[in-house]
Design a protein around this ligand. Structure first.
Ligand code: BG6
Length: 473
């Protein structure tokens, strides 16, 4: 019988803006996530809050006030680590202050204490789709080099404050979504399509410098802590064996791997030079930037995996929170939200990444977004979700057998949270149900789903339960 390593970090992952709510409490400033209506993909952003509109993130699941109850439930499920993010605008409300907001810092002290109380390891994303709004409106986001200084101050503040509590950090969430969801992932507003690539690569350079500084600070302030990068790395398959489709898919993949190439290897890959030349891109760098990037590569590669996509030469590049949107793959079934289900793709990606980088991999997001029904006995039998996770974990175990060093796996949204892409509550990922609908109605009561006991059993048995037919409730 196969087993996962004994020290494997089984966990769950959320993001501050999708769970906490309390969007303007205790000195928190507005973040971009607070002004989106209907999610970051195809939703509406005008940089303002209008009283007549509903914003799902403003209350979210009220984790800010209910975290003790939620952490207790999560601890009961047996998780070994818990990933969340720090809302940057709780610490620096406008992003550009000299001094941090003590109440914001205190909240995360309390939260991390609660997590640690149960022997759970916090895994913390420094910036997860929730950059302070002011940094976009006043400074034009990451296009502006000043952002490096603001991020450095923020990173220094939190790494110093939580050095005894947090040992796993990640610099930016899904930073390779710069091309498809530039505002949320990359913190830039694209105002001119013709300038888009220029802006993306300039902003990316600033992000690379900021990430290197964060890694440097992390090792100076908290020598036993690790700093990872985090990308969305669902694979892209060529739609046919036509060499045009194969090479185009390879190039598209490089748009994602560009970010890990720089942050892990420490230098710009040679293929970037051709892209920059052909598109007339000139990236402004300062003396010392490239050395800093070279000397401060990340310790591990965190990534999300939801699905795979297929690509045909010349087709437009579209994407959402799950990755690139591709053509129909006749071999795969889909979730209710149309995301192709491809467990073997996870094994493929782990091998692809480990072959390329040989540094520890951490799957920090994977999960099934679907609707849930409460039956007449008050139970939720989320078998489709269990089936999805089970098949992915079996493939992950195969990847470990293949020789990939995988340090952990965090179930995306172990407790139902607001969907980042669509702003819906009813696109649920959790093994803990939260009573709230898309319009904000509900008691916010928490309730265990069938998958709760199932995952607990998987963790307790180091994965052996994945091969059991009869799933415990
Ligand atoms: C990832 C994000 O892109 O996908 C998460 O890091 C997000 O924030 C997750 O929630 C799932 O996407 P969605 O749109 O279903 O919430």
């Amino acid at each position: 019988m196969k087993e996962f390593p004994k020290d494997f970090l089984w966990g769950g992952a959320i993001a501050a803006n999708q769970a906490e709510g309390a969007w303007n409490e205790d000195g928190k400033g507005p973040a971009i996530s607070d002004v989106y209506r209907n999610g970051i993909v195809g939703g509406h952003f005008d940089g303002e809050v209008h009283e007549e509109h509903f914003y799902a993130s403003h209350e979210a699941i009220d984790f800010y006030h209910r975290y003790k109850e939620d952490i207790a439930l999560l601890a009961e499920s047996g998780i070994k680590c818990f990933r969340t993010s720090i809302a940057w605008s709780r610490i620096f409300p406008n992003g550009d202050e000299e001094e941090p907001n003590e109440k914001g810092l205190q909240f995360y002290d309390d939260l991390f204490n609660e997590i640690l109380k149960y022997g759970i390891e916090p895994v913390i994303t420094i910036s997860h789709f929730e950059i302070p709004l002011n940094l976009i409106l006043k400074y034009d986001g990451w296009k502006n080099r000043q952002l490096i200084g603001f991020y450095e101050r923020y990173a220094r503040t939190i790494i110093t404050r939580y050095k005894d509590k947090v040992k796993y950090w990640m610099n930016f969430n899904e930073i390779n979504h710069f091309h498809t969801i530039p505002l949320a992932a990359g913190g830039i507003l694209i105002k001119d399509e013709e300038q888009k690539l220029q802006d993306i690569y300039q902003a990316s350079h600033h992000v690379f410098v900021a990430s290197a500084l964060a890694k440097k600070l992390c090792h100076e302030i908290s020598p036993d802590a690790k700093m990872g990068c985090m990308l969305s790395l669902s694979p892209i398959y060529p739609h046919t064996c036509n060499p045009d489709d194969i090479f185009d898919s390879y190039e598209l993949r490089r748009r994602s791997l560009f970010y890990s190439d720089v942050m892990i290897r420490g230098y710009y890959p040679s293929y970037a030079k051709r892209i920059w030349k052909e598109h007339g891109i000139s990236v402004v760098m300062e003396n010392g930037d490239l050395e800093l990037i070279k000397e401060n590569t990340v310790d591990y590669l965190g990534f999300s995996y939801y699905r795979s996509s297929t690509h045909k030469a010349g087709m437009p590049i579209l994407g959402n929170t799950g990755g690139i949107i591709g053509l129909e793959n006749p071999y795969l079934e889909k979730t209710e939200w149309g995301w192709p289900i491809d467990p073997k793709g996870l094994r493929y990606v782990c091998n692809e990444l480990y072959d390329r980088y040989q540094i520890p991999l951490f799957i920090v997001e994977n999960g099934y977004g679907g609707r849930d029904e409460i039956d007449e006995n008050g139970e939720i039998h989320d078998d489709a979700r269990i089936d999805y996770i089970r098949k992915h974990l079996i493939q992950l175990q195969e990847a470990i057998e293949d020789g990939c060093e995988v340090i952990g796996y965090t179930w995306w949204g172990p407790i139902d949270i607001v969907s980042a892409g669509t702003g819906e509550m009813e696109k649920r990922y959790g093994y803990i149900y939260v009573d709230k609908d898309n319009d904000g109605n509900g008691t916010l009561e928490r309730r265990k789903k069938k998958s709760f006991g199932w995952y607990k059993n998987v963790i307790e048995t180091d994965g052996r339960a994945l091969y059991e037919r009869n799933v415990k409730k």
